[in-house]
Design a protein around this ligand. Structure first.
Ligand code: F0G
Length: 460
């Protein structure tokens, strides 16, 4: 056999397998109807290849599983907590850490600690749970990402960057004293997993600190961000992921982390800061909402899996394979002429539903329809990231109409092989051929917060 390129393979071998279930088209038609055309409401059993999310769906390593047996399930002062604290200090640079059950637990605490009614919270594009907690605390989110991030076809190496002019304009308008912090997501999930450059985080940090504004990093996928810096930013080619990660975090005042992504666990998260007074507030609040400050809603074994996951996430072969696997799927689709967000991001390939279903207006939820149709077609489960996810403006009640109307094909870490991705690409290409045969949806049930998780639809 002739190779057109040097082959590459997963930097691990498989020790435990979980069988997949194939179903018929008729069966899936019935199941998606029952689920109100919302892939979040399907039963996992009825899914063939599950690329709904990379959150908590990772395969842990034997090193992590071995650590699970070392869980110190003490109510207070578990040794697994101290190990987690040590690794957060060593890898992320922050002094103080409070564990939480997952990322949104961390967002809840930091929002409640720092945001007061009337405050503005800028960020490089919104993330669903992050913005929800900021609004629940009385804040108003303001998007300060560069314009190009809203254009699916703009090819930029750091499409997640903060637009410093937009940030400055907000400071001029409302005053630094009304901005408790800026949230910087790296990478930016809703923009397609796009990274932030080291130069940008440094500049954001300088501007923010000049006005007494803190920088809070959403470090959920910051290892993926570090890899892009290593590959794309001048001066970082010979630096390790660990060094880049540490430097990046060092420009910020704290971070919220969902351990369910980069850190390769199935549950867990934390919030970390440098300021002892903020730490004190977080530590007092975590007791009310999550659990004692040395477990934050987690079992000791979960904290152990996180600490070990942190050590694995910075290993070059792991992160490189992770990013290249996502890129592999993206390239198969690009070669077939399927419109996707460019460049391919860190954790997912995003289908441009506006272009694929160009016959369905945004009010009829083209991305929601495309995710449902992909499931019907092949049992592949993806998710909507468009108008349904964007929700409504909390003042006017109007639906936000994001420029990006996307379906996210999110790749869990260490779970699927290249063959699975071939099947996914094949299914999408096949669906694309007959894309104009489908119709849009109408929403028949709408939850008041984070509606995309539980909303129900009917076919028009
Ligand atoms: N920040 C980002 C950038 C995220 O992607 C997520 C979760 C969170 C915070 C919240 O963390 O789920 O542990 O509470 N993203 C998942 C996803 C849900 O599918 O993208 P969590």
């Amino acid at each position: 056999m002739a190779f057109t390129r040097k082959p590459w393979a997963e930097p691990y071998k498989i020790k435990v397998v979980e069988p997949l279930k194939m179903t018929t088209r008729e069966y899936r038609l019935e199941k998606i109807k029952e689920a109100g055309y919302n892939t979040f409401l399907l039963r996992s059993e009825d899914v063939y290849i599950d690329i709904l999310t990379d959150s908590g769906t990772n395969a842990m390593s034997d090193y992590q599983w071995a650590g699970m047996m070392l869980g110190d399930e003490a109510y207070a002062g578990s040794k697994n907590f101290y190990y987690l604290e040590e690794n957060v200090q060593k890898y992320y640079s922050y002094k103080y850490v409070v564990p939480t059950h997952q990322g949104r637990g961390a967002e809840h605490l930091i929002s409640k600690a720092l945001i007061r009614p009337g405050h503005y919270v800028p960020g490089n594009m919104y993330f669903t749970t992050t913005r929800a907690h900021q609004e629940l605390a009385g804040g108003t989110f303001v998007d300060v990402i560069i314009d190009e991030a809203h254009d699916s076809q703009a090819e930029l190496p750091f499409k997640g960057n903060v637009d410093l002019n937009k940030f400055q304009a907000l400071i001029d308008k409302v005053g630094g004293e009304n901005i408790p912090y800026i949230t910087v997501g790296a990478t930016v999930n809703m923009a397609g997993g796009q990274p932030v450059s080291m130069a940008n985080i440094k500049a954001v940090s300088d501007l923010a600190h000049k006005h007494g504004i803190r920088v809070i990093l959403d470090a959920t996928r910051v290892t993926e961000n570090a890899y892009f810096i290593q590959q794309r930013e001048e001066g970082y080619k010979n630096k390790s992921i660990q060094e880049i990660l540490y430097e990046f975090c060092s420009y910020t005042d704290g971070a919220t982390v969902s351990g369910k992504k980069d850190v390769y666990t199935n549950i867990g998260g934390f919030v970390a800061v440098n300021d002892p007074e903020i730490f004190d507030q977080l530590r007092n609040m975590v007791v009310v909402y999550e659990g004692l400050h040395t477990y934050g809603g987690l079992a000791g074994r979960d904290m152990e899996a996180m600490s070990r996951g942190i050590e694995e996430m910075v290993q070059q072969d792991n992160i490189e394979f992770r990013i290249k696997q996502v890129e592999y799927l993206g390239n198969l689709l690009i070669e077939a002429g399927i419109p996707i967000v460019r460049p391919v991001g860190g954790h997912a390939v995003f289908l441009d539903a506006k272009r694929i279903y160009d016959h369905i207006p945004q009010e009829q939820y083209p991305a929601q329809a495309l995710a449902a149709d992909l499931y019907i077609h092949s049992g592949v489960r993806a998710m909507e990231r468009g108008i349904v996810s964007a929700g409504r403006n909390k003042e006017t009640g109007e639906e936000y109409k994001p420029k990006l109307e996307l379906v996210r094909l999110t790749i869990p870490r260490r779970v699927y092989t290249q063959s699975h991705l071939d099947v996914v690409a094949y299914s999408i290409i096949d669906l694309y051929q007959n894309r104009h045969e489908t119709t849009g949806l109408k929403m028949v049930y709408e939850p008041s917060v984070l509606r995309f998780f539980q909303a129900r639809f009917e076919r028009l």
